[in-house]
Ligand binder design. Sequence first.
Ligand code: 3PG
Length: 305
Amino acid sequence: MKILVFTEKPFAPAAVKAIEDVINASGNELEVVERGTRADLLEAVKNAEGLIVRSDIIDAEVMDNAPQLKVIVRAGAGYDNIDLKAATDHKICVMNTPGQNSNAVAELVFGMIVMICRNKYNGTSGSELKGKSLGIYAFGQVGRNVARIAKGFGMNVEALDVFVPDAVIEAEGVKPLHDVNELFSQNQFVSLHIPATPQTKNSIGYDLVMRMPKNGVLINTARKEVIDEEGLIRALEERPDIRYVSDIKPGKAEEFEQKFADRVFFTPKKMGAQTAEANFNAGVAAAEQVVAYLKEGWNKFQVNG
Ligand code: 3PG
């Protein structure tokens, strides 16, 4: 059976080799298409029975072109790039690989926080994290890693996640919150880890950001879609003390950079999960999951109905 790895943003070579080893050992055939175009995807998927992707858009058109496709594994956490309804309609199982790249994303959160607090290393006097307050929005795998690292910095940590019981949050030495307004008004640093869903899209904007304490820093390693960019721009205009760092270039990146040069930072391409370790962990997990699904219908991390 053919398993296609299609990644516009390639895995590290060692991860590709490890994926190859898993798929070869299973007796399946592997095709790897890196930095491919949409046309390449539509062609390569034609005879694939398994598909491994990252943030690549997998919609009904791709599935229509893939009559043999049985399983798609998103090597990573967020699966907003995959049309789940279309997959269900096409009888395709969709899985993610939860937790495999979460440490990488959490480390980048602090990479960006320290950079912005040290004024992008421009030689001027910055500020420290010890004793400061951090609010984590969504206490999943990334949020928990962020909490662990924040404690190492000596920060006070709070978290909001309606799907996680208080006891689970408290067990990590983190104070559970139940109101997003509180999360923003009580924490100088707020780190976003919510998925992009119809409920969360455009949900972080003017009102919440204006609640932040003096010298607030908003950190987004989640998805650009959760930000109401116009609202955030307005808040940054009215509050010259607020800063915004994001692992996802906003749609209005030029406007942000032009208006708030020293107070914003955006990675050119989403790179939270772009480490050798995360590529390896997520890539191998994805390969093992595709193989197990094709062999025996293993679907522990299925995300569609
Ligand atoms: C994820 O959802 O796992 C992260 O955002 C990483 O996405 P990427 O694989 O496109 O880097």
